[in-house]
Design a protein around this ligand. Sequence first.
Ligand code: GLU
Length: 491
Amino acid sequence: MTVRVRFAPSPTGYVHIGGLRTALYNYLFAKKMNGTYLMRIEDTDRTRYVEGAIENLIHAMEWSGVIHSEGPFIENGEIVQKGEFGPYIQSERLGLYQKYVDQLIEEDKAYYCFCTKERLENVRSIQKAQGKITKYDGFCRGIDKEEAKKRVENGEDYVIRLKLPANKIIEFEDVVRGKVSVNTNDLDDQVLMKSDGFPTYHLAVIVDDHLMGITHIIRGEEWLPSTPKHVYLYEAFGWDSPKYVHLPNILNDERKKLSKRQGDVAVGDFRKKGYLAEGLINYISLVGWTPDDNEEIMNMDELIEKFSLERVSKSSGVFDVKKLNWVNAHYIKKLDVDDLTNRCIPYFIEEGIINEDEKDSKYEWMKKIVSISQENISYLAEIIDRAQIFLGEEVKPEDDNAAETLKLPHVPEMLKVFNKHIQENELSDEFLKGIFKLVQTETGHKGKNLFMPVRIALTGQNHGPDMKATISILGKELIEKRINYSINNYC
Ligand code: GLU
C-alpha cells in the first residue's frame, strides 16, 4: 500500500501552531514511507470565510518547509492546483458532495430535515433541563422520502442528516489511542448538507479522503469524537476506512488548550518575531512525539529518518516557549554571520534604527552588533534589545554602583585621555588591542579602575559585550559625545 496522507486546514486566516504540527507529522510520515503528502483546503464553512486566507496558508507552509506535493500552490501570485485528484479546494467540489449525499438519501441512509432553528433550540433546552445529552430528536426521520422531495421542490428550507441506526456499536482502532468503541445511541444524526447547499465538514471529509485515496488520517485529537460518525459513513458508502491517528492536544503552561486569545499561536507570529523555520519545526516536532534515542536537535532529514507514529504520545504536550527558544537559539548560532545579519536587517528598519536606504552603508555596523549577539539571542527580534546600548548620545548609569564608579576622582581626566586616543587613531583591531595599555601608561590607572569607568561612561552598564567590539560599534563620534555627556552629568 502506498501511503497517502493529507493536511486539511480550514482557511481561517492564520495557521495555528497545532496545525503546523499536524501538517509536519503527516509530512514526516509520508516521507518516511515514500508516500504522498497533499494539502486540501476545507472551506465549506462560508461563515468563516476570510479573504486571502488560502494564500496565507500556502505561504506559511512554504516558509515552514512542510511542503505538499499535491494540492494548491502559488505561482506568479495565482493559486494553481497540481495533482490527479483535484480540485483540492472543497468549495470547488460541491457537485461531488451532492452526488454522494443523494446516494445516501436514495439508500435511506440520510434524510431531509425541515426543523426550524427555533424548534431545534427548544428541543435542546428541554434536553438540557432534563440533564440529557443534547442531540437531534429525530423528528424528521420518519418523513416519507417522496413527500420530503416535494417539500424541497416547493422551496422549503432543509438540511440533510445522517440516519444513524439505533443502538449499534461502532468500533475502530486508533493508532495512538487504541480501540475506540461508541454506541450510536450516544451520537447525533449529523447534518451532512447545510441549507446553503454546502456540505458540512463531516460529509466533505469522508468523500474527499476516499476519492483522494487517503490511507492514514493524522489529525488533532479534537476530531476524535467525530470519528465514529465518519467510520459509520464509510460503512454506509461501502468504502474501506483509512487508519486513524489522533494527535494529543497542545497545552499552554497553565495546562489549558493553546488558543489565540492567550498570545502567540499563529505560525505567522513566530515568524514575525524571528523564529527560524528550522527551529520552530524542530521544536514543534517534539510536542507530542520523541524519537527513540531521545535526541532533541534534529533537522528535517533527521526527523524523517526517526519519525514513527508508534512514538506519538497519548498525553497532551505542553508548549514550552523556553524550550522553543533554546532550540531556536541553536539554529541561530549555526547561521553564517552575514546570513544572520541579513535576516536581522528588517528588524533594524522596523524599529527605525536604520532607514531602508541605509541598508548598505550601515551594514558593517549591524554586522558587528549581530556578531557579538549571535550567542545570546533566541530569535531575531531580540537583536533590537542587544542594539539598544549602541543607540543615542546619552547614557545613564544603570545602578548605584555604576553611578558611584563615575564619581571616583580620577575618572574625568582618565576618560579624557581615553577619548583623546580614540579620536587620534584609526579604530583598527591592532589599536583597540592596545588602547587600555596606552591609557594606563599615561594615567597610571589600571585594572578595574580603568575598565569599569570607561565601560560605564560608554554604555551606562557594569557589564556588557567585549570592550573592543563595543568601541568599534560606537565609533569615534558617539564615543566622544557619550564621554562628554558622562563627564558633564555624572562625574
Ligand atoms: N478542516 C479540519 C481542520 O481545520 C480538518 C480536520 C481533519 O483533518 O479531518 O482542522
